[in-house]
Write a protein that binds this ligand. Structure first.
Ligand code: FAD
Length: 715
């Protein structure tokens, strides 16, 4: 805890202790109030403003410090100031006091709670973001919840101070009036508990839950409203229609068929989608050939005097296609038909919430369905840079058809796809210029990760241009040229071919999304709630078309939720679990990550400790001449709980699996350290990283005692 927090906590504890030591509680009793009523009233008559100020300060102090006595003070407000003024004064004093308690709890405890329960807190924070005001209003109106607890609990959430203040003021008003009114007839009150009759409490409860019920009803009506102009069929051909046979669509239909639903999967292009045909599979195949060539270049590191490689780029690309062919059966029509999925090769268009029109080579057909899952994927985003269309830009969609190696290759984009292609083409022999407008490539990773990869790229001959923004493409004397802006200067870069890899745009047009007014997110993906549901409760979306991640494994992960919620949502819906999401960029060195890195932790103000193990020290990496990179682990301060891991090095994407499992199942670094890892393997790096953490947290005092004990044993 920071010293400012410790000081404030100490100050509050002292004030509370003084309150009890001097038994100030005795002054906040009904008897004392009755006995002193006349004296207080005569003081008020003489000093009205001062009485209000003193009263408010006392009230704010009591509620701000969460001391007992607020109810009695409210009665006093009625007794001393009457119904109108009493209500106004107490309403402001109680809200200000509550807000101070709220702010105090937030300042003192929010950060440590956040670091301890960050993943669980995220779901609560999302709920608060959506409905926080409603929750608070309900809690304020229902007098069974002690106010001091509400103040503190809300302080631990992300509820806005402004919202807390005004909802509290409005929500507490009814209760305040009841007590103030009672206070105006102080003499008749026998006990504090008698003020609220069971009927009054019940009315407050009803009043409190009403806004929540009303909100639920409004959203239910709104959900129904989207269906207003459509005619629902009486019965359906399918339980589920899935649009797109990429990772998202394949897994969705696989699950639906496994639970015996009638499911139709519509694909307009190739089974397997981007991953198989233009994404993960061809890129990894290309990376493998390119890596092999890099080993030839590095032959002396392996004790080989000389090695050369005679190869044809066209053959490399043929191998890429052969690899696709080998994997194809996994995603094939035959396999999925056998699994029980009806496959239709054609273009799907949603024509109503329950009907999909399919255009096939044989004509058009309308299929009805209870639910739809959109898994239409994404495509390379080509920015509207002047002149770009004139230089025939390539993208990850069409590079796989290249038969000739581009001589001077310009790659726009320093994200994962741009980086993987940059290194591969450079290793295959292209003169690659990689252009990134930000100060470093792989911007989502920590700076040292980018630096490691950047220095390898430069070492391998890549002309790396960061902070360069593409402005225009021209053809000058038959030569293709990109004009970029770099630190206010105009820079010309000549090239033969350009690959645009600056991001991927979700496929949202041409298949009914606009016609049905399916809501889009600000990032122009299909907006889904936590259940993968669109604004039509029977239409779901998963994968690249929905985001926020654009990976094959996240598409498949979301697909499970889309399928299960679409088929069984009437019984129970499951929220997509994003608590542990790993990914890898398959450059050399590979970069893999799960959970937080330092940049994220700082941005989200999550306290962390960091340990790093250098793979340059690892026996197997040394034996393999791959002694470079690191395993960097972020943990909760003082604990072995893993908050995130970044691995840079050979097979980082495989090595990270151990940490993914550990994080998913709440295993800490002590557990990894206590697990046997085969010698000599790269996986030992994980154990050594845990060892670095253990040494950092060695019990120094105990070890000093042990040293003394051993000295004593030696005599
Ligand atoms: C070069 C590259 C490398 C990549 N490498 C990796 C990697 O190493 N690891 C990783 O996890 N991810 C990688 N990705 C990302 C990965 O490919 C995607 O995240 C994944 O393919 C998303 O799957 P999806 O099912 O959402 O969409 P897609 O695979 O794009 O599938 C969508 C399908 O929907 C079809 N479709 C669209 N509209 C209609 C319609 N109206 N009717 C019928 N069919 C329709 C499309 O034809 C397509 O087949 C890479 C991507 C690229 C481009």
């Amino acid at each position: 805890m920071k010293s400012s927090r410790v000081l404030l906590l100490l100050f509050i504890v002292i004030l509370i202790a003084l309150f009890f030591i001097f038994d100030l509680r005795q002054y906040l009793s009904l008897e004392m109030l009755k006995a002193q009523q006349e004296t207080i009233e005569s003081y008020r008559n003489g000093h009205p403003v001062l009485t209000i100020i003193i009263f408010m300060l006392v009230y704010i102090a009591v509620t701000g410090l969460s001391l007992p006595g607020a109810t009695l003070l409210t009665l006093a407000g009625g007794a001393v100031f009457g119904l109108l003024w009493g209500t106004v004064i107490v309403s402001f004093a109680s809200t200000i006091g509550a807000t101070l308690a709220f702010l105090g709890a937030r300042f003192l405890f929010r950060e440590s709670i956040k670091s301890r329960f960050s993943s669980r807190l995220q779901a609560i924070d999302e709920g608060i973001e959506r409905d926080g005001g409603f929750y608070l209003f309900t809690l304020r109106l229902v007098p069974v919840f002690p106010f001091f607890m509400i103040n503190m609990a809300m302080g631990l959430t992300t509820l806005k101070v402004k919202t807390f203040y005004w909802v509290s003021q409005v929500g507490m008003l009814a209760g305040t009036i009841v007590y103030i009114n009672a206070g105006t007839q102080l003499a008749k009150i026998e006990s504090l508990s008698g003020i609220l009759s069971p009927v009054l409490i019940a009315s407050f409860v009803l009043l409190g839950v009403f806004p929540m019920i009303a909100k639920k009803m409004v959203s239910a009506i709104q959900a129904k409203k989207v269906y207003k102009k459509w005619n629902k069929p009486k019965n359906f051909d399918n339980n589920l229609i899935v649009i797109g046979a990429g990772a998202g669509g394949l897994v969705t239909s696989y699950i639906a068929a496994a639970v015996k639903a009638k499911v139709t999967l519509v694909e307009k292009n190739k089974m397997g989608g981007d991953c198989l045909n233009t994404g993960c599979v061809p890129s990894k195949a290309l990376i493998r050939s390119a890596k092999w060539l890099s080993h030839v270049k590095r032959c002396q590191e392996f004790g080989i005097k000389q090695a050369t490689a005679d190869f044809d780029f066209a053959d490399v690309m043929e191998r890429v296609q052969a690899v696709i062919k080998r994997v194809e059966p996994h995603d094939s029509i035959e396999r999925y038909t056998e699994l029980g999925v009806d496959i239709v090769v054609g273009e799907a268009k949603i024509i109503s919430p329950w009907e999909v029109q399919v255009l096939t080579s044989e004509g058009s057909e309308i299929l009805s369905t209870r639910s739809i899952v959109i898994a239409a994927g994404a495509r390379p985003f080509v920015p509207p840079i002047p002149g770009l269309d004139k230089v025939a830009p390539l993208t990850s969609d069409n590079i796989w058809k290249l038969k000739e190696l581009p001589k001077r290759l310009l790659i726009l984009g320093g994200g994962p796809i741009g980086c993987e292609l940059t290194q591969s083409f450079a290793r295959l022999g292209s003169l690659v210029t990689q252009v990134e407008m930000l100060p470093r490539i792989m911007i989502r990773e920590d700076p040292e990760v980018s630096e490691t990869v950047m220095s390898r790229f430069i070492q391998e001959g890549v002309d790396l241009r960061v902070e360069h923004t593409a402005k225009e493409f021209i053809i000058e004397e038959g030569e293709k040229i990109m004009i970029a802006e770099y630190q206010g200067q105009s820079v010309k870069i000549a090239f033969d071919q350009v690959i645009v890899a600056i991001g991927r745009a979700a496929n949202i047009k041409g298949y009914g999304v606009e016609e049905l007014n399916i809501t889009l997110s600000p990032r122009k993906t299909i907006e889904t709630n936590a259940f993968q549901e669109t604004n039509y409760p029977n239409i779901y979306a998963c994968g690249d078309v929905a985001g926020p991640y654009q990976f094959t494994h996240t598409a498949a992960h979301q697909a499970w939720y889309a399928a299960v919620n679409a088929l069984f949502g009437q019984f129970k819906k499951f929220r997509t679990d994003y608590s542990v999401i790993p990914w890898s960029t398959f450059t050399d060195p590979e970069v893999a990550r799960v959970g937080l890195n330092e940049e994220d932790a700082k941005q989200q103000k999550i306290p962390y400790e960091v340990v790093s193990y250098g793979i340059d020290d690892l026996d197997r990496a040394i034996a393999d001449s791959e002694a470079h990179g690191f395993v960097k682990v972020l943990t909760q301060p003082g604990k072995d709980k893993i908050l995130g891991v970044t691995i840079v090095g050979e097979h980082a994407g495989d090595l990270i699996a151990e940490f993914v499992l550990a994080m998913k199942h709440g295993l800490g670094l002590n557990k990894i350290l206590g697990t046997i890892h085969i010698y000599p393997t790269l996986a030992e790096a994980n154990k050594y990283a845990a060892g670095v953490w253990k040494r950092k947290h060695a019990p120094e005092r105990l070890l000093a005692w042990l040293a003394r004990y051993h000295t004593w044993r030696r005599g």
